[in-house]
Each structure stands twice: as C-alpha cells, then as structure tokens.
Design a protein around this ligand. Sequence first.
Ligand code: DNO
Length: 402
Amino acid sequence: MQNLNKPGFEHTWRWFGPNDRITLDQIRQTGATGIVTALHQVPVGEVWTLEAIQERKALIEKHDLTWAVVESVPVSEAIKKQKNNYKEHIENYKQTLSNLAQCGIYTVCYNFMPVLDWSRTNLALTYPDGSQSLMYVYHVFAAFDLFILKRQNAASDYSQEVIDQATKYFGSLNEDQKAELQNTILLGLPGSLEAYTLEAFQASLDEYRHINKDKLREHLIYFLREITPVAEHKGVKLAIHPDDPPWAQLGLPRIVTGYDDLKYILNEVNSPANGITLCTGSLGAGYDNDLVKMANEFADRIHFAHLRNVTRDVDRNFMENNLFDGDVDILNVASLLIKESIRRKSQEHSDYKIPIRPDHGFQMLGDIGLDNYPGYGLYGRMKSLAEIRGMELGLLTSFNKQ
Ligand code: DNO
C-alpha cells in the first residue's frame, strides 16, 4: 500500500479515455493511483467546459482513482503559427485552465511541436526475447522525407552519407513496406491510430514555411506570457513536454530540445507555474542531453515526469529500451526527483509528491498482436511502473538512513 504521507512519486498511468482498451479497473491493479488523461473529444482550440471535466473526473473517481494530470490540453496550430483565431484560442486555453482548477485538477502537460507529435520509423522492433518496442533510424526517416514526401530542398538537411544510406534503404523496399513506413511516420496524434494523408501533411508543413526557430520561440513565449498569470493565480502548474525526437525535422523548427531550450523557457517566463515535464526518453534521445544535469538544475520547476529509457547514438538513431537498460541514468534522475519531493515536503508544499508515469512500455505478453496505441499496452507499462516503485522505495529507504 502506498503511504500517502511519504514524499516521493505519485504513481500515474496514461489513460486515453473511455475508448481506451485498458480499463480503469485494470489500471487500479497496476499500482497506479493517479490517472493522466485528456478530453480528446474536444476539438483543439475549444474550451473544456466545467461539465465535461466534471463528468470525466467523476468517472475516474468512481474507480477509486484520481485525475492527477492532464496530458495534454493541446495547443492549437493557430497558436503555434499565430494565425487566424489564435487570440480566441488563447482565451479559451485560459478558460480551460480555470475550469480545470475549479475541478481540483492542477497539473497540465502540453507540447509546442509543430504538426507532428512524436515520430518513429518502426513501431514494432522485436527484441531477442520476443517483446517489441519503438525505434527511430535517422536514414529511414530521411528516406521518407526524400523519396515519399519528396519535400523541396530536403536533401540540403542531410549529409551525403545519410542520403546514400537512405537511397540504398529505400531501394530495398517493396510497395507495401513503403506504405508502412509512411503510415508509421504520419501516425503522430496521441490516442489515435489514424495517420495523416500525405497531402494533408504536406499542406500542414507548408504553413510553417516562414516560421523559423526564433519565430516559433517567440510564439511560445507570447503564449506563456498570456496563460502563465492565469495558471499562477489559479494554482495550475504548466508542464511543457519536450520535443520528440529532440531535433528539427522535415523543415519544422523544434524549440524544446534540451538544456538550453528549457533554461530559456523557464527564465523568460520566470514563474513557478511555468514548468516542465521531464520526459527522460524524449530528451534522452538527444546524444548530448544530460538528464541528470537537467533534473538537478530544473528540479523546482519539474511538475511531472515521464520515466523511460532509450539507447541512442551520435547519428540520431535510437530505440526505446527497458527502464534500466538504456543510456539515460534513470536511477540518478529518480534520486534527484525524490530529493526534490523531500525538499517540497519539508517546505510544506501541499503537492510535494511529483507525479510520474511509465511511458512507451514494451509490447509484451498478452498485448502482442492487439491494437494498442504504440507504447501504450498494459503489461510493458505495468512492468515499468513496478520497477519505478521498487526503485523509489529503495531510494527513500536509503535517504532515511542518511
Ligand atoms: C507520447 C507522449 C506525447 C505527449 C505529448 C504531450 O507518448 O509522450 O504524446 O503526450 O507530446 O503533449
């Protein structure tokens, strides 16, 4: 049983709502106490009404769970581009934050990635033991960009070596494999198994033609300057999710890729309400990203964490790995987060427990072959959550002895 008065983690689980194959009753058995979810049915840009939030909250509580974190209140493309009715969308966002606070939901994760959320080149990389995970191979991504999307000037974004590898790889694919690659990359919408069509995707990319990194950053800071005072006033903690993978791709700028970006965002809008989601996997895919340094320096602004691991290389290839097997020093990151929770508790913050969730679990055991949203099966995440809880207990015990 979880000791509610102890510092440490709040154990959460992402649930995609009533359409999720995994039920709230099942989640209760995983050891999670908090739910991470969103009102995926509300069109992006519109207000989440009090009634809709309350209804979802009641459903969660009926199963003896709490709605711990919202992931995400999505930021509309209009806001990211500062186009069309973006001002109205920002007002709506503020209203949504107030409504969530009124319902007692205070942690809100969101991202500022243009067009696509996360992307991978293989959604079912099979490990020697038969379990499966997600993978990103840079030249395979380049092959999509160069030969399927045929983006103008794409070649100038890659080295000759990558272009050669991409050409060779693409030449080896049959038509079905090409279609599968396209589908894999264009499946960028959380909670949905639907992919963009190539035409719709290209049209969305075109919209960013004149938005470079500086511009997109300006748009984020503008958005944060608008919404942070409301969040602060209502006690809401905003937690920006880093870009996944943490580099520019397809000509789209990326502005939440590592230490410098996070520092910039936190300093520009220097309010405790403006914080981050420490996603160890998204950031961990960046070869130069030092997660321990980030956890240490940004500790007091970490409002939420996704704990997962990746094995990565300097050429921007990575695969998602078991919690303790990749290149991210999960133990030391967790240790810093727990120390931060102890600090918050000693300073009498009421919300000293840091919500964490397992993320992108392996597809394994009874989940194999089922229609799961990639990375969101039952057993793989249950395994990671159990590992996290054991690690937490060990860390807390050792801190108590010091
Ligand atoms: C992937 C997730 C992301 C994340 C959003 C947050 O599994 O980590 O989809 O939820 O980027 O806005």
